[in-house]
Write a protein that binds this ligand. Sequence first.
Ligand SMILES: [Zn+2]
Length: 99
Amino acid sequence: MTNKTIKEFQQLMKELYIVRDQQRGIEKSLLWLQTEQGELIDAYLKGDTSEIVEEVADIFAWLCSICNLFKIDLESAAWNKYPNKCPKCLGSPCSCFKK
Ligand SMILES: [Zn+2]
């Protein structure tokens, strides 16, 4: 599989799921994201590495779906907030905890 950008992945989630996501709505989609985060914690506590991989993928997919509902470009939002440096201390690496 060739590597694609976050933007392309978010677009794929839109093509696959936007109709269902719109029917479900933002509040229920946020609850699903929370559920997936709980499943990631369970996988970690079990020490199940392959399940951890699956759960992080699910979390990312749900986050993309939620961004589609909010009409947010996740890739741009992430780079705008973290432009190659920590948004708080503006350091790279972050030095927030050194203070
Ligand atoms: Zn920092």
